[in-house]
Design a protein around this ligand. Structure first.
Ligand SMILES: [Zn+2]
Ligand SMILES: [Zn+2]
Length: 883
């Protein structure tokens, strides 16, 4: 520690307790907090749920479970402080609260650590969990640890395997060879959702590569439409998250059209080949044309422009291209160039701006609408995994097609024009290309001429369907979820490969397929499991012969897709959860976490819920009723991170200021949905405030208890304090039920405490009765409890309250008592009394000015005159000078 830091520390420590009097007890969180921590630990039922028969309304509040890295960071503390304040408020408002916590405990860092420290991933993970649990307990978070879920333990992951087999039986889990995202740093496959702008989601500087691999997929696309539709029901979710999901699913309406491929042996010579570059012109229909029996299917969102198609464009890796290239070495060579150009652009994440290249294959496809023969090209900007990997190119009416056609001199044909068109022939000549407007009418389109584009899309899709060469089709950007990972520290995929029987699931009574321990982790050559004969060699349950065990493990997002159901019956060893208990608790009333999970976790878990519903396991369609995404914790202008060297450790803050001050500060410093700029001075300030509360309550606790039956007073001081109290109760209550602006809640409590300390001379003179004092102290402690629970419990005991603070009823405010007392203020014009207005007793200058100028008599008196100035004496008078 530097000298500067040391000075700062001393100053801060002093700032915690600037006690004015030596006889007074000082606020010492280092004493109070461990004491209560021990008392809470002695009551294992403290945060337990009650049976449904309690009749209380249920409330399930959940913070996203952390990855057990070994250290909580401030972002965690903020997330948990929000959830904890809410849970406590819900208990105090009479709810049956479920507030659990667990560990997203599989994943790559454990393997990296194993490699670095020579510690088995399991040991490393469990040690980290123990350390983080100690931190959470020290912070005083109200978790029911009896329902703790740790995803890397067999009692949890056996149910991942069970679900996987159920999905396999339903055709929702399948294996296929495909192009996959590969992170060379992770040495494993990534889901599309884990590739951020071409980079690995864990390795911001590592470009993701494409590889061909056999993989297990979950058929999330079966639920694409429902996942999209149900977003509109999630009105308790932030709009930005719904928009991100909608964009990710990327629904587009269009049509699939099948183009037959001309038999090149029977085809006549390219009539234009001699005069123009091959493949640049559409050839007219021929009666005697023969098709090859092969076809290419394109997906288009603009079937209304199909008469303007002048070529077909295939992705370089399209199966047809391979076929064409097989007999044409010069084409094969060109195509391999296009493949590598596309790969480069993809790796650099700018496929959108790739310089477009292509090559004519020498083949033609027949436009089923008019029999025309369209040259088939291969182009580097067409992606195999979007749509069908083939498009019809309409250069007159599509930006990208236009660029490509312009470059290669491919024919353009105008088939749509603006609606106002009177003279199509003339207008077409003057049209600026590409013309892509939706609101248009058709020309040069045979029997579909003069139709509007909407009608044309409908009629042409129907026509295609009636004639058996196409249909209307909805396409999604969302792809099936690739869950195979070639890593060790994950759930083994419970499948066997038998020479006789093919792919065979592990029978339920042999679950879990245990992840072996004592594994040699090298990070090279795929999963370490492949090198363990004891794991790989198995017996086929169908034929009893030898079988090979699947060595891929599941994406860890499988674990987090359903963990929150397990919290409701974490010890169940007969089923993933008890369906009746889940029916009681779901959906989750409030889920709290970072917006970085808007796509991955929050789409996967919605999908999982819908699958479980279709299996009859749950009744809810959606897992989460309300979602809250808190802002980041930043310091010195950047998100706290080790690499930026701007991390503040929660342990350090707690040691210096206490857990209450640290968490209350994280709620006070900014509205929870905004970024929080961490300022240590601010933590010290909150700590001083808690000290003031501590001393104030201690000073008057005895008086408040001594004469409970004494009459209330009605002195002006007493009335003002009671009014302020009710206003504060109203403010904090409204913040809990509204936008969660706990920063203003805590500011409101601070104002109340300021008013109380300012009134101490009057209190000491007996102008506030003991009964009123008792009311004030009790409610002050109740208001503070969700934000600073240690101090809350300490003071609750101090004022002699008997029931548990956790379930003490939340204070109610009296609207009449909260109302400001009204006073009459004379309003003068040029010194002459003209009106009397009624305003709240404490009204400020702006309020007085507005009220005076809004008065009808004053308005009439100053009409047409110029206001020179307005003199305001708050509480006394308003004088308007006019001329
Ligand atoms: Zn990576
Ligand atoms: Zn077999």
């Amino acid at each position: 520690m530097s000298a500067n830091q040391a000075t700062k520390k001393t100053a801060a420590a002093a700032a915690v307790e600037p006690s004015s009097s030596t006889h007074e007890p000082r606020y010492n969180p280092a004493e109070i907090e461990p004491k209560w921590q021990q008392r809470w630990a002695d009551q294992p039922d403290l945060y337990s749920v009650e049976p449904a028969s309690s009749g209380k309304p249920k409330y399930y509040v959940l913070e996203m479970l952390p990855y057990p890295s070994g250290q909580l960071h401030m972002g965690h503390v903020r997330n948990y402080a929000i959830g904890d304040a809410l849970a406590r408020y819900m208990w105090m408002t009479g709810h049956n609260v479920l507030h659990p916590m667990g560990w997203d405990a599989f994943g790559l860092p454990a393997e990296n650590a194993a490699l670095k420290n020579n510690t088995p991933p399991r040991d490393w993970t469990l040690e980290n969990i123990a350390a983080m649990k100690r931190q959470m307990t020290r912070i005083g978070l109200s978790y029911d640890w009896r329902n703790e879920v740790t995803t890397c333990l067999p009692e949890y992951y056996r149910w991942n395997q069970w679900f996987f087999i159920r999905m396999f039986e339903r055709g929702l889990a399948y294996r296929k060879k495909s192009k996959v995202n590969w992170c060379p740093e992770c040495c494993t496959v990534l889901a599309n959702e884990q590739v951020i702008d071409g980079y690995c989601w864990r390795h911001e500087e590592t470009l993701v590569e494409q590889r061909d691999l056999e993989q297990w997929f979950l058929r999330i696309t079966n639920y694409a439409q429902e996942l999209l539709d149900d977003l509109s029901r999630l009105d308790g979710w932030p709009e930005k998250v719904r928009t991100m999901q909608r964009n990710w699913m990327g629904r587009s309406e269009g049509a699939e059209v099948v183009f037959q491929i001309e038999d090149s042996a029977s085809a006549p010579e390219d009539e234009h080949a001699t005069t123009r570059q091959a493949g640049t012109a559409v050839l007219p229909p021929r009666e005697d044309i023969r098709t090859s029996g092969r076809s290419v299917t394109v997906f288009t969102t603009r079937i209304d422009t199909i008469f303007g198609a002048t070529s077909i464009q295939l992705a370089p890796e399209h199966a047809l291209v391979k076929e064409f290239a097989a007999t044409k070495p010069e084409l094969a060579e060109e195509v391999s160039k296009l493949v590598s150009e596309q790969k480069q652009a993809r790796d650099a994440a700018d496929i959108g701006t790739i310089e477009k290249h292509g090559v004519f294959t020498g083949h033609y496809a027949i436009n089923p609408f008019n029999g025309e023969r369209l040259p088939i090209w291969v182009a580097n900007y067409i992606l195999l995994d979007y749509g069908t990997g083939a498009i019809m190119s309409v250069p007159a009416h599509d930006e990208r097609d236009y660029d490509f056609a312009k470059k290669y001199g491919i024919e353009m044909r105008i088939v749509i024009l603006p609606r106002r068109t009177k003279d199509p022939a003339n207008d077409a000549e003057e049209a600026v290309l590409p013309y892509t407007a939706e609101d248009s009418i058709l020309i040069n389109s045979g029997e579909f001429n003069t139709l509007g584009n909407q009608e044309a899309q409908h009629n042409m899709s129907t026509y295609a369907e009636e004639h058996g060469f196409g249909k209307a089709k909805v396409s999604y950007r969302l792809k099936d979820w690739g869950i195979s990972r070639q890593r060790y520290w994950g759930t083994p995929i419970p499948m066997l490969y038998c020479e006789k029987d093919g792919i065979v699931p592990v029978p339920d009574d042999q679950l879990p397929v245990l992840l072996p321990e004592n594994v040699d982790i090298t990070m090279e050559g795929g999963s370490p499991l492949t090198r363990m004969p004891g794991f790989v060699n198995a017996t086929c349950p169908m034929c009893g012969g030898p079988a090979r065990r699947e060595t891929d493990t599941m994406d860890t997002f499988v674990d987090s897709s359903w963990y929150f159901y397990r919290y409701t019956s974490a010890k169940d060893d007969k089923a993933p959860f008890d369906t009746d208990t889940v029916a009681y608790w779901f959906p989750i009333d409030q889920y709290i976490g970072g917006v970085e999970h808007a796509i991955l976790h929050l789409i996967y878990s919605r999908f999982w819920t819908k699958v479980m519903r279709d299996m009859g396991l749950v009744k809810n369609d959606e897992p989460v009723e309300r979602l809250f995404t808190q802002g980041m914790v930043i310091r010195n202008g950047a998100k706290m991170s080790k690499s930026k060297g701007n991390v503040v450790s929660p342990d350090e803050m707690i040691a210096r200021y206490g857990a209450d001050a640290t968490r209350a500060y994280s709620l006070f410093a900014a509205p929870p949905d905004r970024d929080l700029d961490w300022q240590e001075d601010g933590v010290a300030g909150v700590s001083r405030f808690l000290g003031r509360v501590f001393r104030f309550v201690n000073r008057y606790a005895e008086r408040a208890q001594s004469t409970r039956s004494a009459a209330k007073t009605s002195s002006p001081t007493s009335q003002a304090l009671i009014r302020k109290l009710h206003q504060t109760i109203r403010k904090v209550t409204e913040d809990f039920s509204g936008r969660w602006h706990f920063n203003t809640s805590i500011a409101g409590i601070m104002e109340l405490v300021n008013a109380l300390t300012a009134a101490e001379p009057a209190i000491n003179k007996g102008e506030v009765s003991d009964a009123d004092l008792a009311i004030i102290l009790r409610n002050l402690v109740l208001l503070l409890a969700p934000f600073a629970p240690y101090l809350g419990f300490e003071l609750w005991e101090k004022i002699g309250a008997e029931e548990s603070l956790l379930r003490a009823p939340w204070p109610e405010y009296d609207e009449a008592l909260a109302r400001e007392e009204e006073i009459e203020i004379p309003v003068q014009i040029n010194g002459k009394l003209r009106a009397v207005i009624k305003v709240a007793a404490g009204a400020d200058e702006d309020t007085l000015r507005d009220a005076a100028l809004a008065d009808e008599k004053i308005k009439a008196a100053i009409a047409g005159k110029t206001i020179v100035k307005i003199i305001i004496v708050p509480g006394k008078l308003v004088n308007i000078v006019v001329k």
